[in-house]
Design a protein around this ligand. Structure first.
Ligand code: TRP
Ligand code: ZN
Length: 875
């Protein structure tokens, strides 16, 4: 076996040859597929004399190869490993190859594959090389014309990117369709589909008056579940016109839904392919979260049409250029469609849970990584979500108008080309006049900066000083980092809760009530004048930077902020800090064998929030949701799995008992009448109702929750009740699981929820239950949604059971990784990262996890991606 090779950003060179035209013929049969590709190749004027053309190819069976119509003999090309070389290629020529591939047995879900009766493609990042020989890199851009042929009866729908230009019958019951994409694109945006799918259609008229046909292709049985996705697409199209002046550029926008997909969705030009989870929804089968997820992902893929497709990447190190920016755009879109504060809190919760952990582990990398072994491993929370935070900070420094000017300039300068993160930053600087030189460190330095804040009040001179010290932690391969430029959106609250004017020392006029401070060195102070009484600081409002804030705010001050901060996000964050301090304090007390007691002030604060007459109900629900066990663990030097579980349960039980009447009355008040609607207010009510139910389940009988389950009229309520019931050690629990299964056994997406609910249960024996569910006829290890729903949920979100001291949780994960290694290497690698934090646990658990990592590493034919994850974890 050859050691996997690492690819480095510093070695990047522009391509010697471009492929200007691609003419593809894919002839699909049940047991094999033939792909003929004619590539119009042109040598770059900068290329050296006599350079060879290199084409990537993976698992391709070469049938024939011709140059300008002449068959090449063995000596005229070489095929070694995954590279086909044409030595000393001419300046301009047509290269035609014919290959045989096997989509029908391709379980990697990359390249062309067959799943649930449909042939479809996934090319990002490096899947096109599984379809034909090609310089499979994003800086090679050409025009594509693609003809797909297949049996007409079995695969009546034949699609590819762009416009349908020809179709017709062939002999033997077959037919074909030819598609032409007028826009140049990199190979990773190529797509084709052959299947028997229903088509739901609608139209959108662009700002300039062009009518675009919207076509959603789904399984026939799902044709009634496309409405929300179609509405979301129309909203996305209108939003991008209004917010960024960006219009759609083809006459048709197609979306194909599949149950078998490695990721969420893919932005192929004019032909998105979606995980069905992000398309299909109706009130009986989808939760409010699903409805929101669909809106967000539909928006995300649509927004890629400009940020990713029209302006694309010169190499994969620049992935955040399209992903960070597009996540930022989809977050803004969702904020504008619903509640901005609620969206922000959800995003930050996610960032802290996954990205902060990644940044503190063996895979820590900057948003623009410097090297990779397997590109698929770098579709990370860092590149996506921290990348979006970096864009958001630019937005904060430039303001909305400056940012819009920067976007306009970026698109105008780079439309139709493949560029780098640096080009985006330069456009932002040039359009706004704001200097981002120090800010660029966010692209090259990994690790979550820690910002420690101290405060000093001088009553005599009415001066208030905030001192910030920052430290970017060492990460693998990176030590002694430089201070970052960090925006601090902040305010000061007087003791009546009223905001204080922020006049910086030396300023002559009264300052504003909120401002953005900019940190740019290790240690900095800001002094405000005219402050009569000691205020409470509200810092990093709206999570203005992706940092860990260390403050010495007291319980009383946090409770004060929870009640009075004018920034909704910071009200929520104060509550989270309060809970975390409380629970972690209890973990220490448990260690010492001391009895636990919950502060009455905290209980009163929760009561005030819960029964607040005017607060948004979704914000109330978020403010009363305790940090997860995983998040709490992240805040500990050595994660105490059992202590965290016990302390968190104690706090939840105590709040449930102490506020029983309030949980009950708010629960009743949130009950709705009338049909389900996925609007912001109704969703907020259902969310708070679900939270009340989970607290009530700690004090009420199982029959009470069973009643909620039985009377649920939509999936949001039904699943909220099921999730609570599954954790109750009672016959009702099993009965509910059986009833749910019986009702939904024909709907694979709903069954994913059934698997997840059981994986997240607190009940004893959950691990054994998960293991036996892996044998369930509806479980399928080849289906990534099933793997994520059952095993992913168990290993990532049920730490108390996963980290069992007998090591059986670890065995379950290791066995899964090893099984997936040959079936679907990219999902295997993703699952393997479940061991990444192993060094954060006690010695016993460390030993158990290390042994499993070594077992995986010793597996024969280990995929590069899995190798990369486990070898970095063990390093
Ligand atoms: N570009 C896709 C997105 O974020 C992500 C994606 C889809 C992907 N399919 C993939 C990434 C397969 C890696 C592998 O919109
Ligand atoms: Zn994306």
């Amino acid at each position: 076996m050859t050691e996997p090779v690492e690819t480095h950003l510093k070695d990047y060179k522009r391509p010697d040859f471009n492929v200007e035209t691609v003419e593809l013929h894919a002839d699909i049969f049940e047991t094999e597929t033939f792909v003929t590709a004619s590539l119009g190749v042109r040598k770059s004027p900068e290329a050296a004399d006599g350079v060879s053309l290199l084409l990537d190819g993976r698992e391709l069976d070469l049938v024939s190869i011709e140059l300008d119509g002449r068959v090449l003999t063995d000596g005229e090309y070489t095929l070694e490993g995954e590279v086909l070389t044409l030595p000393a290629a001419p300046d301009a020529f047509v290269l035609t190859t014919k290959v045989k591939i096997h989509p029908e047995t391709n379980t990697s879900l990359e390249g062309l594959y067959f799943a649930d009766g449909t042939f479809l493609t996934q090319c990002e990042a490096e899947g096109f090389r599984r379809i034909t020989f090609f310089p499979d890199r994003p800086d090679v851009m050409g025009s594509y014309r693609c003809t797909v042929s297949a049996d007409k009866g079995t695969y009546p729908v034949l699609l590819a990117n762009g416009n349908l230009v020809d179709e017709g019958e062939l002999s033997g019951g077959r037919h074909f369709a030819t598609w032409e994409d007028p826009h140049k694109k990199p190979s990773y945006l190529f797509a084709m589909v052959a299947g028997d799918l229903a088509c739901r259609e609608d139209t959108f008229t662009t700002a300039s008056g062009r009518e675009v046909a919207l076509k959603f292709y789904v399984d026939h049985q799902d044709a009634d579940k496309c409405g929300h996705a179609i509405e979301s697409l129309k909203k996305s199209m209108a939003w991008d016109e209004k917010t960024f002046g960006l219009e759609y550029d083809l006459d048709t926008y197609m979306v194909v839904a599949t149950h078998s997909f490695n990721a969420g969705a893919m932005e192929n030009k004019g032909l998105n392919v979606f995980n069905s989870k992000y398309v299909l929804a109706k009130p009986e089968t989808a939760t409010d979260m699903d409805f929101q997820g669909i809106e967000g992902v539909i928006g995300h893929e649509y927004f890629h049409n400009w940020t990713g497709n029209r302006v694309t990447l010169c190499n994969w190190f620049q992935l955040s250029l399209k992903e960070g920016l597009t996540v930022f755009r989809d977050q803004e879109f969702s904020s504008d469609m619903g509640s901005r504060a609620v969206k922000r809190i959800a995003d930050v919760r996610g960032l802290r849970a996954s990205q902060f952990a990644e940044d503190a582990g063996p895979m820590a990398h900057p948003i623009r990584p410097e090297s990779y072994i397997e590109m698929n491993n770098f579709y990370t929370a860092t590149v996506y979500n921290k990348g979006a935070e970096v864009i958001r900070m630019i937005h904060t420094f430039l303001g909305p108008e400056g940012f819009r000017k920067g976007m306009d300039l970026y698109v105008a300068r780079h439309d139709g080309s493949a560029v780098a993160c640096e080009d985006f930053i330069a456009a932002m600087e040039d359009a706004s006049g704001v200097d981002l030189s120090r800010f660029r460190l966010w692209y090259s330095q990994a690790g979550t900066p820690k910002v420690t804040v101290t405060r000093a009040f001088d009553a005599e001179t009415s001066r208030y000083t905030l001192t910030f010290s920052q430290k970017v932690p060492d990460t693998p391969g990176q030590a002694n980092k430089k201070a970052m430029q960090i925006p601090v959106r902040m305010g000061l609250l007087g003791d009546d809760g009223a905001p204080v004017s922020l006049t910086l020392e030396g300023e002559t006029s009264l300052g504003p009530l909120e401002r953005v401070l900019s940190l740019s060195s290790d240690l900095e102070s800001f002094t405000f004048t005219g402050v009569e009484k000691e205020p409470v600081p509200s810092l990093f409002r709206g999570f203005s930077a992706p940092i860990n804030q260390v403050t010495d705010l007291t319980e009383a001050e946090l409770i004060f902020l929870m009640a009075h901060d004018t920034d909704s996000f910071n009200r929520w964050d104060a509550a989270q800090q309060l809970y975390a301090n409380t629970i972690l304090g209890m973990v220490a007390e448990l260690k010492k064998g001391e009895p636990l007691a919950l502060s009455t002030d905290l209980v009163a604060a929760v009561q005030t929030t819960l029964t607040h007459p005017t607060l948004d109900k979704a914000l109330i629900a978020q403010a009363l949701t305790l940090p997860s066990e995983t998040e709490l663990g992240d805040r500990m030097a050595e994660i105490d799995v059992d202590g965290i579980h016990a302390a968190r349960e104690f706090v939840a039980d105590t709040l449930a008992v102490a506020l029983k009447e309030s949980w009950r009355s708010v629960y009743e008040a949130c009950k709705e009448v009338g049909p389900y609607r996925p609007d912001t207010q109704s969703m907020a009510k259902r969310r708070l109702k679900g939270l009340c139910l989970s607290y009530l389940s700690r004090v009420e009988s199982p029959a009470f929750v069973m009643d909620a389950f039985a009377s649920a009229a939509n999936m949001t309520d039904e699943l909220a009740a099921l999730t609570v019931l599954v954790g109750m050690d009672s016959p009702e629990s099993d009965e509910a699981m059986d009833r749910f299964y019986g009702a939904w056994k024909g709907d694979t997406l709903v069954l994913d929820k059934w698997f997840t609910a059981q994986a997240l249960s607190n009940r004893p024996g959950t691990l054994e239950r998960v293991a036996s569910l892996m044998e369930h006829p509806d479980f399928d290890i080849k289906n990534p949604n099933k793997v994520r729903a059952l095993i992913g949920a168990f290993c990532q979100a049920n730490p108390w059971h996963f980290h069992r001291l007998d090591g059986k949780g670890y065995d379950l994960l290791a066995d899964t990784v090893i099984a997936l290694n040959t079936i679907n290497p990219s999902i295997a690698a993703r699952m393997a990262s479940g061991f990444n934090r192993w060094k954060r646990y006690d010695e016993k658990r460390q030993g158990l996890m290390k042994a499993r990592l070594e077992r995986i590493k010793g597996t024969e034919n280990l995929a590069n991606g899995v190798f990369e994850i486990v070898s970095k974890a063990l390093a």
